[in-house]
Structure formats: structure tokens, C-alpha cells
Design a binder for this molecule. Structure first.
Ligand SMILES: [Zn+2]
Length: 106
């Protein structure tokens, strides 16, 4: 199924959840695009809050979920392309902390 990219800016036309200003579509950037899902980032020009939205194109239409963030656009780009944490990663951290090579403070 092809994504309706030409209609995306119109679909994302909404207000900032923090200050209520209308978000400008020109500030919306597609961070990643895979199959029928994309991650977009925008910044409110009034209060400066960042908004990350995951948008999926389904047969029923566009479905999106957004979160406010203090991450910059570049930070979101860097983290969006990282590999997910695996079970082996968690076990390696556990072994390092058990042997005293690594300390985790909460
Ligand atoms: Zn705002």
C-alpha cells in the first residue's frame, strides 16, 4: 500500500498541545519511513516544545500517536536509527554490573 505523502501535511495540521498555537506544516520533517509507518518530528514555533509522532497508513486511514519531547530534531534522528536493545545486551549489562565493571545509579 502506498503512503499518501502528499496529503500528510494536511492531516498533521493541528495545534500545539502545550500552548495551543497552530503548528506550521513546513516544520514537519519525516525522520523515518518504513513500509506503512513513518515517524515525524516538528517543533512548536511559539513555545519550542518538540513533538514526535508515529503515523501509520491503514486501510481505514491515517492513525497517529504523538508524544511531547525535549529532544532536538538531530537527537531524534540519531536515536530513530539505532538498533533495539536485545536480551543479549541486557545480559551483558547484568554480567558487567555483577562483576563490578559497571555501576548503575538510580
Ligand atoms: Zn507550543
Amino acid at each position: 500500500m502506498e503512503l499518501p505523502l502528499s496529503s500528510l501535511p494536511r492531516k498533521l495540521n493541528h495545534h500545539c498541545p502545550l500552548c495551543g498555537r497552530i503548528l506550521v506544516n513546513d516544520d514537519v520533517e519525516i525522520i523515518s519511513l518504513h513500509n506503512n509507518q513513518m515517524m515525524v518530528y516538528t517543533t512548536c514555533g511559539s513555545c519550542g516544545v518538540g513533538l514526535i509522532a508515529k503515523v501509520s497508513w491503514l486501510p481505514q486511514g491515517l492513525v497517529g500517536l504523538g508524544v511531547l519531547t525535549d529532544l532536538t530534531r538531530d537527537e531524534v534522528k540519531q536515536t530513530a536509527n539505532l538498533s533495539p536493545i536485545t536480551a543479549d545486551d541486557v545480559l551483558a549489562i547484568k554480567m558487567l554490573t555483577d562483576k563490578g565493571y559497571l555501576e548503575i545509579k538510580v
